[in-house]
Design a protein around this ligand. Structure first.
Ligand code: NAI
Length: 659
């Protein structure tokens, strides 16, 4: 057999060709143009002496195939390039699907995007049942479509409803779920995987057929399913900002999953996707995320034990998150009664997370050790203080801790408004203190700010970032400045929204305007969630002595602090804000409220709160959910040549440059 750079083919005694992908010079398998064209050549070679069957497998420990090479998506700036990229995979995988001999994908670890499309082109699929095995078509998250056969073959394998759900959300399934959906023929333990693939590929079994009703839904009744899918997508991805999900539905429903068949004039064509800035921006967001994941990589630090002081809202949730990530956690507070509620909350979270698996829940709970004496601080690799926001109390606690913690342990505060320098001034070595600033709710917020002053020990900052990474959060290095990055940009934005409410604009209208803009939640609802007292304190800290909006002051005075008291700007029942139907959004409202956020982001960049504009965008997107299709506030400003503009309805409103 010929030799290849990325592929390896071995024929065994039963004439099965074992085709192993092991992409050269890369820790994971990606389907670059080079890798794909080599597969084409390899298939030519096999055609000369067709094997009895072929099994595709991975030579990497990291997983099966991570998908296309996303670097190549950066260059998708013309309809021709988009078409030729799609054509490459569509034709090649059609060729795989039409091979005269049976084929099987042996899937272990991640199997994403083009990797799953290659697997779907095989006659059979075997998945290894272990935690790392994840199958998904995440293209939509990058603003593109699964054009290499995914839109054709996934619905044939799992039915239209399940397939659209996977393609429109990008969510992954594990081996067992894939088996129950019919996405793989077998889900097996690793030790028998090759035998399973061998038997299946030689079995002569006809490919699995969908049941009758499912065949109807993926055939004559497509229009019904498509209508329902569109109405679901309309709620979270307006077509003018997010063309890809709409294109997926149209391509599946009307073009047999063939992206190339859609006329360039349609809003659901590849041409429209290539022309929309969304794809470029979402690819940008992907790489920003990769950049955040890179922080702390060079720290050579493997934290195992975290000591958390303060078992309140934040400390309790930080403890349970760390335990869910496999860390041992000692949780300290003044009395066991203060720790008990945090443990109860953790038990509920684990029960949901492990879907009632009592053993796993118990093991995770056992990793949280109540520690009223604070003994855990002596052994911990990371010590996080999350007591109430009071400078003297934090100084006293941390200076005591400094005497007993391991010399190389990370000593951190979760403060959101105090200066690191002020807290550190009570320490013998203030340079070792870092901020590890989590957001509320801890389990839902992907970002954690790693705060340092100008002379903070860099190795401690790296270790803190490594810890954040180890618990599967995204670390963002920020300077010790009021509000750091995220609160500094959210504060003025929420304040402006409350001012609008003061002027008599209905809160529902304000929230509607910003949700339409692409925010995950309106600013008024966010204030209710954060707590009006917290917002008022933050407002004072961030915007100085200016008078607080009247409605905010009145509500706080009346004890209406938001969701936590059942009433704020909204009444809250059963954890939900009670909203009336929003009226029309007045012209200019969206841009008026977004503007302070854009300005504050730019200020943070200018003041060096974050190292550069890209990191500001990453922080604001992952810390606030700022409309990802914009690529972040700085990108949004830059795209307009330094002038802020926001889309209100069909008109582009250009705002004057900020002073
Ligand atoms: P909290 O009031 O819910 O909890 C504080 C806990 O610390 C209480 O259980 C208290 O008994 C305990 N505590 C106080 N002094 C102690 C001491 N000397 N030793 C041991 N335990 C002590 O406070 P929360 O909201 O959890 O905030 C904690 C920290 O996190 C604050 O610095 C706050 O600024 C910060 N933060 C809060 C966020 C929020 O949304 N609540 C978000 C991000 C940061």
């Amino acid at each position: 057999m010929a030799t290849y750079r990325h592929w390896n083919v071995r024929r065994d005694e039963s004439r099965i060709a074992w085709i192993t992908l092991d992409v050269a010079d890369s820790p994971m398998n990606k389907l670059s143009a080079d890798v794909m064209s080599e597969l084409d050549t390899l298939l030519d070679d096999l055609d000369r002496y067709p094997p009895a069957g072929a099994v595709f497998q991975s030579g990497k420990d990291a997983g099966f195939i991570a998908g296309a090479d996303i670097e190549e998506f950066k260059r998708l700036d013309s309809p021709e390039k988009a078409r030729s990229l799609v054509e490459r995979g569509w034709n090649l995988f059609n060729r795989v699907a039409g091979l005269s001999y049976p084929t099987c994908a042996l899937i272990r670890g991640h199997c994403l995007g083009g990797g799953l499309e290659l697997s779907l082109a095989c006659r059979y699929r075997v998945a290894v049942d272990e935690p790392g095995t994840r199958l998904a078509l995440p293209e939509v998250m990058l603003g593109i479509v699964p054009g290499w056969g995914g839109m054709l073959r996934l619905p044939q394998a799992v039915g239209a409803v399940a397939a659209l759900d996977m393609m429109l959300t990008g969510k992954a399934v594990n081996a067992r779920k894939a088996h129950s959906l019919g996405l793989v023929d077998e889900s097996v333990p690793a030790r028998v995987m090759q035998n399973a693939a061998r038997s299946l590929v030689l079995s002569g079994k006809p490919p699995r057929q969908l049941p009758f009703v499912q065949r109807m839904l993926n055939g004559p009744l497509k229009a019904v399913v498509a209508r329902q899918a569109r109405s679901q997508v309309a709620r979270r991805a307006p077509q003018k900002y997010y063309p890809a999900p709409w294109a997926i539905i149209d391509m599946w429903a009307n073009y047999g999953g063939n992206a190339l068949a859609v006329s360039g004039k349609r809003p659901t064509s590849l041409d429209a996707i290539a022309a929309s800035p969304t794809t470029r921006n979402l690819v940008r967001v992907f790489f920003l995320q990769e950049r955040l994941k890179g922080f702390g990589k060079d720290a050579d630090f493997e934290p195992r034990h975290v000591h958390v002081i303060g078992a309140g809202t934040m400390g309790g949730d930080i403890a349970s998150w760390c335990a869910s990530r496999g860390m041992t956690v000692t949780l300290q507070d003044q009395a066991i009664e203060r720790i008990a509620p945090a443990i109860r909350r953790a038990a509920e979270v684990f029960d949901r997370k492990f879907r009632g698996d009592k053993l796993k829940t118990r093991m995770a709970l056992e990793r949280i050790v109540p520690d009223t004496d604070g003994r855990g601080a002596r052994q911990a690799d990371v010590v996080i203080e999350a007591i109430f926001e009071n400078l003297e109390a934090k100084q006293k606690l941390l200076s005591g801790l400094e005497r007993i913690v391991k010399p190389d342990a990370v000593l951190a505060t979760n403060t959101s408004s105090l200066k690191l320098e002020d807290i550190g001034s009570a320490l013998k070595n203030p340079l070792r203190l870092v901020g590890i600033h989590f957001f509320n709710p801890v389990a839902r917020m992907p970002l954690v700010e790693v705060v340092s002053a100008s002379d903070t020990d860099r190795s401690m900052v790296r270790r803190a970032a490594a810890f954040v990474k180890a618990i599967d959060k995204l670390p963002l290095p920020v300077a010790s400045a009021p509000g750091f990055l995220v609160n500094a940009v959210l504060g003025p934005y929420m304040l402006e929204a409350i001012r609008c409410a003061d002027e008599g604009i209905a809160v529902e209208v304000i929230d509607r305007a910003l949700v339409d803009f692409g925010m995950p939640m309106g600013p008024i609802e966010l204030v209710d969630l954060v707590g009006l007292d917290v917002a008022m304190a933050a407002g004072k800290a961030l915007t100085g002595a200016g008078a607080a909006p009247r409605r905010l002051t009145d509500l706080v005075a009346a004890g209406h602090l938001g969701k936590k008291t059942g009433r704020g700007f909204y009444a809250w029942i059963g954890g939900k804000a009670q909203k009336t139907k929003a009226g029309t959004v007045p012209d200019g409202l969206t841009e008026r409220i977004v503007r302070p956020l854009l300005d504050a982001t730019r200020r943070c960049v200018n003041q060096g709160v974050v190292a550069d504009a890209d990191l500001a965008d990453a922080g604001v997107i992952f810390g606030t959910g700022f409309a990802p299709f914009t690529g972040g506030p700085m990108n949004y400003l830059a795209a307009r040549g330094g002038v802020a503009a926001v889309d209100s309805g069909d008109e582009l409103v250009v705002l004057p440059k900020a002073a």
